[in-house]
Structure formats: structure tokens, C-alpha cells
Unconditional design. Structure first.
Length: 279
């Protein structure tokens, strides 16, 4: 940590330049807040034995029953201030008048169903749960004594991890299943840094006239939390251009960027940092 004692600002992943189908930049996403991870391990125990004679006390069955209840569960919709502002700021660029007051618009069942159908929108207004791993026996004919599952939970800013775990236990409805925390840390928002926003805004006006500078809530999490916890501003902004065709490629089997996009990003980062140094 002492290496960053004099750091005035950190630029990190978590945002970028969103372009439309016409190839023109629509928004510059500069994030100052993000959801926080709550990675959990569920452990169910039961009577082991041979696969030919299963008992009524099977670890795998208990775990699958609990996971089915989790899959059927929909956490409450909550529009935090950062999300309310982001959608209001992008209402015009997205040609979506409902975004001007997202909280109010989500009271409309028709709009709510359409809005939540998009996984990115859904994750912006809910605590999400993804089942990412299940273990049991490594032999087809052996009934295991223990079965486990891993959950990747992402919490909205302001959520209490322990309260969420208690809620999850009620959803599972099985007190015999043990819940362990694999990863969890508190949410942190970046302190204000008007000079940085000014430089990024001026860069946008120069290179992409008409593009808006907005602050989205990052649905994943980045290393920014290490800096924010120490009071160092950390903005999620890499000047990388991405369009509709790149949606869903992150961590995918065909994740990629264009050569021109890379060249622009390097030049843009140099120009932004140089301008910040002159402030």
C-alpha cells in the first residue's frame, strides 16, 4: 500500500467508450461504484453408500433441492442512486424515455418485464446469484457423503452480506446445509475527482462530439476497491471502444478487440494522462 501513498488517481477497468451501430461514440462510461462479490460454498451431507441401494438421506439430493429453490428465487428489485442517475443520463442516447425515472417506470409491469429480460439491466437492479460449480462423487456407482456447490453472488451497494446469507438460508429451507464465505469485502465508492472528469469530458468533446460522459454501476468487481478503501479515487475507465457486436464476449471463448481499437486506446490513454499531469 505504501507504494501508492502519493497516488492522486487510478484509472482501471470497469468502463469505456460505447459506440452505436453507426460506429459513432454514444457514451463514455466512467464508473465510480460497483457491486461487491459474496462468493459462497454450500455443503450438504448425507449417508454414503453404493449407487445400487440409495437411502433417503442423500447429500446430492439435499443440495439439488436447495439449488432448485435458489434458481426459482428472484431477489427484490432495488434502484440505488447510482443506477437511477446512470439510466437518467443515458435516456436520450438510448432513446428510452422510461429511463428518465427508472424507479417509477419499473412500477409498470409491461416495461418491467421488458427491462428485466436484458441480463445487464436485471443485474443493475438486483442482487444476483449464479451457481458456478457442483461437486459430488467421482465414481458413478458411489453415493458421496458430501456434496458441495459454489455460488457467485453480486450485491448492490449498501447491501449487508450477512443479511443476504440469512435470506438465502430461508430460501433454501434446509438448516442442515452449511454456508461458508469464500470471498467478501465492503462496497466502496470513489471520492470525487473533478479534474479527472473534466479531462475525460474534454477528450470526449474533442474526439467524439455529442458523446455523453456517464457513471454506470459496474456489475462485476475490479481492483478499484483496494484503492477506494484507502481514499484514493479509482475510476473504471479504459478508453476502449466497444459496440453491440462485442456484448457477451467478456471472458468468452472469442473475446477480442480490433487493432484500430487498440491503437486508439493507447493514444487516448496517453493524451488523458498527459492532460491530467498538466492540471
Amino acid at each position: 500500500p505504501e507504494l501508492f501513498t502519493n497516488a492522486g488517481l487510478v484509472l482501471n477497468e470497469g468502463g469505456g467508450i460505447r459506440i452505436g451501430k453507426d460506429g459513432k461514440a454514444r457514451v463514455y462510461n466512467v464508473s465510480v461504484a460497483e457491486k461487491t462479490p459474496l462468493w459462497l460454498k454450500l455443503t450438504a451431507t448425507g449417508k454414503p453408500g453404493h449407487g445400487s441401494t440409495p437411502s433417503h438421506d442423500l447429500a446430492v439430493n439435499k443440495l439439488l433441492a436447495a439449488l432448485n429453490r435458489i434458481m426459482a428465487y428472484a431477489s427484490p428489485i432495488k434502484v440505488v442512486p447510482e443506477v437511477q442517475k446512470f439510466y437518467a443520463d443515458t435516456a436520450d442516447t438510448e432513446a428510452e424515455p422510461h429511463y428518465r425515472d427508472l424507479r417509477k417506470s419499473l412500477q409498470d409491469p409491461v416495461f418491467r418485464a421488458k427491462f428485466l429480460k436484458d441480463p445487464r439491466n436485471n443485474a443493475s437492479v438486483r442482487n444476483t446469484i449464479a451457481i458456478t460449480g457442483i461437486t459430488g462423487s467421482d465414481k458413478v456407482n458411489v453415493i458421496p457423503a458430501v456434496s458441495t456447490a459454489q455460488l457467485d453472488v453480486r450485491l448492490l451497494p449498501g447491501e449487508n452480506p450477512q443479511s443476504f446469507i440469512e435470506e438465502l438460508k430461508k430460501v433454501m429451507g434446509d438448516d442442515s446445509i452449511k454456508v461458508d464465505i469464500l470471498l467478501s469485502f465492503p462496497a466502496a465508492t470513489s471520492p470525487a475527482h473533478p479534474e479527472a472528469l473534466k479531462v475525460i469530458t474534454e477528450f470526449a468533446r474533442k474526439h467524439d462530439p455529442g458523446a455523453r460522459v456517464v457513471a454506470p454501476l459496474v456489475r462485476g468487481f475490479t481492483d478499484c476497491h483496494f484503492f477506494r478503501e484507502r481514499g484514493i479515487p479509482c475510476f473504471g475507465f479504459m478508453p476502449h471502444r466497444s459496440g453491440p457486436s462485442s456484448e457477451g464476449l467478456v471472458h468468452g471463448i472469442d473475446e477480442r478487440t480490433s487493432v484500430e481499437g487498440l491503437k486508439f486506446g493507447v493514444r487516448a490513454m496517453y493524451e488523458i494522462v498527459r492532460s491530467l499531469a498538466a492540471e
